[in-house]
Design a protein around this ligand. Structure first.
Ligand SMILES: C[S@@+](CC[C@H](N)C(=O)[O-])C[C@H]1O[C@@H](n2cnc3c(N)ncnc32)[C@H](O)[C@@H]1O
Length: 280
């Protein structure tokens, strides 16, 4: 995901106002060198980035689109006075460093211990403008999210904005349900969750070139997709743990807000949705 953010930051994107200046630094050095190679290729070759975009059938923009949607939802929560930001399955997410609205904010990055160890090493030289940044190692499949976040200093009497981006599809349904249930017991009403999930049916319409690219990426990441779910399933799941959906959008809807791409160019790329839900 960070590779795509780095590529998008080089200008290979149609998403407006997207930039993640820390993505390249957080990448493993070998992948960082691929980004440097891409930068070298792009310099002085007009139209090359556009050709890559077309060849990927828009896949290159998937992460930037959802990032913009989530950042916008965070901006709304911040303006409503929320000052706790919890990032579940943070991976190489650089929000703790790059978001504009972090003044007075306590950020909690939750991730699998192995991934987090790597991230911390890569981010060692970065400084977050947030009030505080805590790393919370948690395996969603085995550990108690509630205890871990409480121990890390999350105030359970203050609202939180929780991001769960690009993770649910890699977890068994049971782990998704249990994590949501623990989360619901942890945060007070008015807290919000921005969660992305992948619908299964769209795969049937996926163009061959993108299917192969997606499979290659997944084989490189070593994370099989397990927890695909339909919109109704996601809504029911959230309602069952007292979260009411405020919005639930797909790629076409994100693109209408944040990008210049047309639905025809990315037909079949509707798989990932993002629901913003509020604890009632
Ligand atoms: C595809 S990455 C997404 C990272 C980040 N949210 C983003 O969008 O760039 C999936 C993340 O889920 C985390 N993850 C997967 N299974 C997990 C588990 N059982 N417990 C905790 N984290 C997990 C991985 O460590 C990784 O950081």
């Amino acid at each position: 995901m960070a590779f795509f953010r780095a590529l998008n930051t080089l200008g290979v994107t149609r998403v407006r106002d997207f930039s993640d200046p820390f993505a390249a630094q957080l990448l493993p050095p070998s992948v960082g060198r691929v980004v440097q190679g891409a930068q070298w290729l792009l310099e002085g070759r007009q139209g090359l980035g556009q050709r890559w975009w077309v060849a990927s059938r828009g896949l290159i923009d998937t992460v930037a689109l959802r990032s913009r949607a989530i950042d916008t939802a965070w901006g709304e929560a911040y303006r409503l006075g929320v000052r706790q930001l919890v990032i579940l399955g943070a991976g190489l997410d650089a929000r703790a460093y790059r978001l504009d609205l972090l003044q007075g904010v306590h950020v909690f990055e939750v991730d699998h211990p192995a991934t987090q160890q790597f991230k911390r090493a890569r981010a060692a030289s970065l400084r977050s403008p947030a009030e505080s940044l805590r790393y919370v190692p948690v395996d969603f499949a085995h550990d108690d999210l509630g205890n871990a976040l409480r121990d890390a200093g999350l105030r359970t009497d203050e609202r939180a904005f929780v991001i769960w981006e690009g993770v649910t599809m890699y977890l068994p349904h049971r782990a998704v349900e249990e994590t949501l249930s623990k989360l619901s017991k942890l945060v007070p009403p008015g807290s919000r969750l921005a969660m992305t999930y992948l619908e299964p049916a769209t795969r049937r319409h996926e163009p061959l070139i993108r299917r192969n690219l997606r499979r290659w990426i997944l084989s490189r990441s070593g994370e099989p997709q397990l927890g695909l779910m339909r919109r109704e399933h996601a809504t029911r799941l959230l309602e069952g743990v007292r979260f009411r959906a405020l919005s639930d959008e797909n790629r076409v809807e994100f693109a209408a807000r944040f990008s210049d791409e047309s639905a025809e160019e990315t037909a079949g790329a509707l798989g990932e949705r993002m629901v913003v839900a509020e604890k009632v």
